[in-house]
Design a protein around this ligand. Structure first.
Ligand code: FAD
Length: 289
């Protein structure tokens, strides 16, 4: 099923993201994680592609496993580390495995790489246009409520985002944010630019203290004082930190839904138990089909 069809409905969707293994030997274990995630009946599940130094080899396999488990799968696809030929190869594999949803991304530019080479796509918008020309996919794109770290300012970032949507994005998913006002302000500005596709709110439950340092250094996210207080108080107590991180993410999601944001994507970091805990907290708010 195309995710765009789910996002058109006037009902709440809770979805989640996982990442593939780095080594083939772990593929079965990661397929089990995909099946466990699917058993929680999220609206859909996505699988990353070569994110933060990881691999891209098994994204199609994991997405296929998710589909086989009866949940719509999104396969992420990046282009910064690939040639056009490699991208075409993956699109063909996705078609063959009947994976209809692609989250199309540029990806981070590898350090010390000459980018872009002539046989590479420069921006996600080019990749999106290419995917659109090659088949009947539902295509998503990424957006950055706090601005993409490379962009000069948010206004310019939004202009490029509009280009990306016009290239064929059916929906967008946000980078994580820890203060919902950042999302609300972003939506106001995006709508003013004419960006009117569904924008799924990306929520990262931070369940251990080291995660937060990594997140801030990677994405430059603003972390509210309220959250830092939680890390200060519970950071050295893993179980307490996990409980507090789940509660914080739950509170963010409830506030989003209460304010009319129906679609939330959980950056689940391959932890089905965290998705389950959040879903249990929302059992009357997100009614699973
Ligand atoms: P783009 O949309 O191409 O934008 C990148 C930068 O270029 C921005 O600053 C933008 O303003 C600028 N830009 C865009 N178009 C133009 C133009 N025409 N001219 C000049 N500048 C332009 N990474 C992975 O490696 N694997 C994943 O699976 C993955 N999944 C992600 C999922 C989500 C929901 C998000 C939010 C991010 C994900 N990332 C992933 C990270 C992402 O790849 C990086 O943030 C990357 O640096 C940008 O990718 P993009 O698709 O947003 O790029």
């Amino acid at each position: 099923m195309k995710v765009s069809e789910l996002l058109k409905k006037d009902t709440v969707t809770i979805s989640a993201e996982m990442f593939p293994p780095k080594q083939g030997a772990l593929l079965d274990k990661y397929k089990d994680i995909a099946v466990q995630m699917a058993s929680l009946r999220p609206a859909y599940l996505s699988c990353t592609y070569g994110a933060t130094g990881g691999t891209s080899d098994y994204t199609v396999d994991i997405a296929d496993t998710i589909n086989q488990a009866g949940i719509p799968a999104i396969a992420h696809l990046t282009c910064a580390s690939s040639t056009r030929e490699k991208v075409h190869e993956v699109i063909t594999q996705l078609q063959e495995r009947k994976i209809e949803n692609i989250l199309a991304l540029r990806g981070d530019i590898p350090e010390h790489a000459d980018f872009p080479l002539p046989n590479q796509f420069h921006h996600a918008s080019e990749l999106i246009a290419e995917i659109k020309s090659r088949g009947d996919f539902c295509i998503g794109g990424a957006c950055y409520p706090e601005g993409h770290p490379e962009s000069r300012n948010q206004n310019e970032d939004l202009d490029f985002l509009k280009e990306k949507v016009d290239a064929g994005c059916d929906y967008l998913t946000t980078q994580m944010f820890f203060d919902n006002h950042i999302y609300y302000n972003f939506m106001y500005k995006a709508l003013k630019k004419g960006i009117d596709v569904p924008v799924v709110a990306g929520i990262m439950p931070v369940t251990n203290a080291s995660q937060i340092k990594r997140i801030v250094s990677l994405s430059g996210n603003l972390v509210p004082a309220k959250f830092l207080t939680i890390v200060d108080r519970f950071g050295d107590h893993p179980e307490a930190m996990k409980q507090a991180g789940i509660a914080y993410a739950t509170e963010q999601i409830i506030d989003l839904i209460a304010n009319g944001v129906n679609h939330v994507h959980i950056y689940a970091m391959n932890k089905p138990e965290i998705v389950e805990a959040i879903m249990n907290n929302l059992s009357y708010i997100y009614v699973r089909e």
